[in-house]
Design a protein. Structure first.
Length: 203
């Protein structure tokens, strides 16, 4: 099975036909898709003006989309190296049991669903790299009360998500499933109250 880098080479290879180059970009998303496969594809198509069903898109646009994906992947790989170093230090110091922060990281191993977007058509407007940098900065800081990606205040707890943990706080601004470790207990409680208010208004 081809890895991310070999698939990326196919996307850039002008000797390959456009259908294969497009297919290879889609396959890259099976290795690294920060918003989930469908939402990341929708994001790349929107930002780089690629028709989602076009089998022979402009090769320059395909490469631009790949460039954005690769930049974000580089950001994430640096974070994963630092995370592994931290866990090694913690184990050395006797902290064997992972906390809630590590539960979140375990679900995003490999870079899929880092900033999960349950609705594939609703995702952040910024580049993937910028989104990941904001998210990592929030993970390395004290918990806050707003979305770490778009600073939206309104975060609503959603049930029956299509991605583990299956329920959690979703930003109403950019659509990401906000990692619980970046939110204060008060912000998490408020997200659950917002859900109850939504249910009450529908009933």
């Amino acid at each position: 099975m081809a890895g991310f880098r070999s698939l990326a080479r196919q996307v850039r290879d002008p000797r390959c036909d456009l259908a294969l180059r497009r297919y290879s970009l889609r396959k890259c998303l099976e290795r690294f898709a920060p918003y989930g496969h469908r939402a990341t594809w929708d994001h790349l198509c929107s930002r780089h003006r690629i028709e989602p069903e076009d089998r022979e898109p402009d090769p320059a646009r395909l490469v631009a989309a790949l460039d954005e994906l690769e930049e974000a992947r580089a950001v994430w790989l640096v974070y994963e190296v630092e995370f592994a170093k931290r866990r090694k230090r913690e184990k050395h110091d006797g902290l064997r049991r992972p906390g809630t922060f590590d539960d979140w990281h375990r679900r995003t191993w490999g870079g899929c669903g880092i900033a999960w977007c349950n609705d594939p058509s609703v995702h952040p407007a910024a580049t993937l790299g910028d989104v990941l940098r904001r998210l990592i900065s929030a993970l390395e800081s004290e918990p806050g009360a707003v979305c770490p990606v778009c600073a939206e205040v309104r975060i609503v707890w959603k049930q029956e998500l299509a991605h583990e943990p299956w329920s959690g706080p979703v930003c109403t601004g950019c659509g990401i499933l906000v990692p619980q470790p970046v939110l204060t207990p008060e912000a998490l409680a408020e997200s659950k109250k917002a859900r109850r208010r939504e249910l009450a208004s529908v009933a």
